[in-house]
Design a protein around this ligand. Structure first.
Ligand code: BTN
Length: 279
């Protein structure tokens, strides 16, 4: 079944339909048969919030929600995600079978995002766990949210935001830390072909994870920021840690060498590079 759906009640129904039609065409052109519903919206509060509701009512795996803009986009660590029209906002539902290394999904998705950006001439590097950076500026982010039940993990909602046509100068407070495909490559794809590109890479890297989890860690490391051995700070919940970036384990955890030489294993957190202060 390939279903392209739009919501009848939206005030932007016509724009929703256009986006859905464009997306269907671009998926077809890529030879992709999407075997689950894809919902397309001109604007939505959050694609991940919408997908969570669908997931709870039994939506099948690989149901996808795409929006040109979000009014309440969410990022990692409870931050807001700026989501103006023309950027890419996609959420996809996964229902990992028992035995799939779900902890590595954020890394696999990061690799899929880097591969998508490469199609548009952007050599993005991944900062653990899955921020995509162009130079030192963030160009895309991934938010993976899980829901558990009596049987363990029930589903994952994978949300991806890519800055496509966004003008860094439009938000001076972000210009030093964020960028866009347009700013880096001189042009950016429209939302429909961009979404089709991402939807092409995501299943490929998820399948890679199912087949060979270690291969995904290797692929992630090959695309990572070249900060290995450097001093970083990690905000991990209420703790702020400092140490040298050593590696990413086969389980996707970050290995940080503390000042006393001990090795810390981190499962989540926000990494920032610490530069030696000039003499
Ligand atoms: C991050 O903080 O780096 C993660 C950003 C994730 C943003 C995406 S946009 C699509 C999906 N919907 C949301 O509300 N958030 C994610």
């Amino acid at each position: 079944m390939t279903a392209f759906e739009t919501r009848e009640t939206t005030p932007d129904a016509e724009e929703d339909e256009l986006l859905a039609a464009g997306l269907a065409r671009h998926l077809r052109e890529r030879g992709l048969i999407w075997g689950a519903p894809v919902l397309a919206y001109a604007s939505l509060d959050s694609t991940s919030d919408r997908l969570k509701t669908l997931a709870r009512s039994g939506a099948p795996e690989w149901t996808a929600v795409v929006a040109r803009a979000q009014t309440r986009g969410r990022g990692r660590q409870g931050r807001a995600w700026i989501s103006p029209p023309g950027n890419l906002h996609v959420s996809v539902l996964l229902r990992p079978a028992v035995g799939v290394a779900a902890a590595l999904v954020p890394l696999a998705v990061g690799v899929a995002v880097a591969e998508t950006l490469r199609e548009w001439g952007v050599d993005a590097r991944l900062k653990w766990p899955n921020d995509a950076l162009a130079g030192e500026r963030k160009i895309a982010g991934v938010l993976v949210e899980g829901a558990t039940g009596g049987q363990g993990l029930e589903h994952l909602v994978v949300g991806v935001g890519i800055n496509l046509d966004w003008e860094p100068q439009s938000a001076p407070e972000l210009a030093a830390i964020a960028t866009s495909v347009h700013a880096v490559a001189g042009r950016a794809p429209e939302v429909a072909p961009a979404a089709a590109a991402l939807l092409g890479h995501l299943p490929a890297w998820y399948q890679a994870l199912v087949r060979d989890p270690r291969g995904v860690v290797v692929a992630w490391r090959e695309r990572s920021v070249p900060w290995w051995g450097e001093l970083v700070q990690v905000e991990a919940g209420a703790r702020t840690l400092r140490g040298r970036l050593r590696d990413v384990g086969d389980d996707g955890a970050l290995l940080l060498e503390a000042d006393d030489g001990s090795l810390l294993t981190l499962l989540s957190g926000e990494v920032a590079r610490l530069r030696p202060s000039p003499a």
